[in-house]
Design a protein. Sequence first.
Length: 172
Amino acid sequence: MDIWFEDECHFQQHGSRCSMWVPPENIDPIVLHAPTRKHVGVFGAVSVQGKFVFEQEQQFNAETFLRFLKKLIRHRRKNRKMIVVVDNARWHHANLVRPWLEENNGSIQLDFLPAYSPDLNHIERVWKLARHLCTHNRYFPSVEILAETVSKQFMFWSKKNNQTLAKLCAII
């Protein structure tokens, strides 16, 4: 069987300011910051081998989750069952998803994490690395530029089994 970790994430347009250096002669520095709540929503899944699949979505619900599962199952290795570790978001348990899971129960199975245990979901490490590489200390004048930046990183990771992600998501 193949083990995958799935989760959803929002990347905020305002990014995050972690640290900065300001020359001593600059008394009043101006830091650009987008005063908005706009964001890019992403479904993502990573395997312990380092394979990465993602899909940008405007909202997270049963319909978009099912669409992502249908995309994810295409990455199942032949004659292997795909175990997808998920949290307890309500759309993971939705009535809309159940018939499809029962129809494909020989190919895919959802395993639910205990409540309030994001540290057990390895994709959380991927989100943290993505934020570090893509959004920390960056200004995004538009949500489209943010989406392009995040997508570019995810496309790079999804081309083949990625050693960085494999090490990040290894089960010891």
